[in-house]
Design a protein around this ligand. Sequence first.
Ligand code: JDK
Length: 241
Amino acid sequence: MRVDIVTIFPDYLSPLELSLVGRARARGILDVHLHDLRQWADDVHRSVDDAPYGGGPGMVMRPQPWWAALTEIRALGAADGRRPRIVVPTPVGRPFTQAYAADLADVPWLVFCCGRYEGIDARVIDEWADDEISIGDYVLAGGEVATLVILEAVTRLLPGVVGNAESVTDDSFTDGLLEAPVYTRPAVWGDREVPAVLRSGDHAAIGRWRRAEALRRTAQRRPDLLARQDQAAADDGSGGA
Ligand SMILES: Nc1cc(-c2ccc3ccn(Cc4ccc(CN5CCCCC5)cc4)c3c2)n[nH]1
């Protein structure tokens, strides 16, 4: 997978050299290219923002640098007929979910546009954005952190990135429920003991316990996910969750 990221703060993306994404890059699974938007700004001051039409707080990112940047980046794939899927993180986007991550993990070339200020001129979004994605109902200061979040969730789904493939298939949210609690040694820590069933070796009982815990936890913390489960079950005629 090739990933291009356009930002006025390239250093904000340095975590992509570390850990899971860093290893995926070192192994050639991911090919990441950072671009400083300012290199495309057409004025001597390299300005990327201007006052919003209609008034309002803050500044808006000008269309010219984005248009030039995206035109040049898109042209990189023209020779072999490849077109990038252009992703714009934004508070007003579609919610990012595990299913969305799985969808993006199948895309060979992603381009992330990291906005700042109060956002990017709408004409750029209208013309270029294939996906406008929100990572949650809160307002960040720009798109860089959202890009890191999206890229981490997508990268861990790429074949060969996570050692134990099973740990990404039975993720939370993959079966629609939150995961059961996890434990490791020692069996007793202070006055807390690992649930005996997990040390019983009875895999059927362990499976039942984990399912029960996942249902209990989901009902407690995310009843909305249960409602979705029940609706899905109703739709395909099987019993409830
Ligand atoms: N999930 C999520 C993604 C982001 C995100 C992503 C990208 C950018 C680019 C800039 N910001 C900061 C920002 C954006 C919007 C406003 C609202 N403002 C109100 C008045 C009229 C104009 C718009 C305020 C500040 C970003 C924020 N935050 N949260």
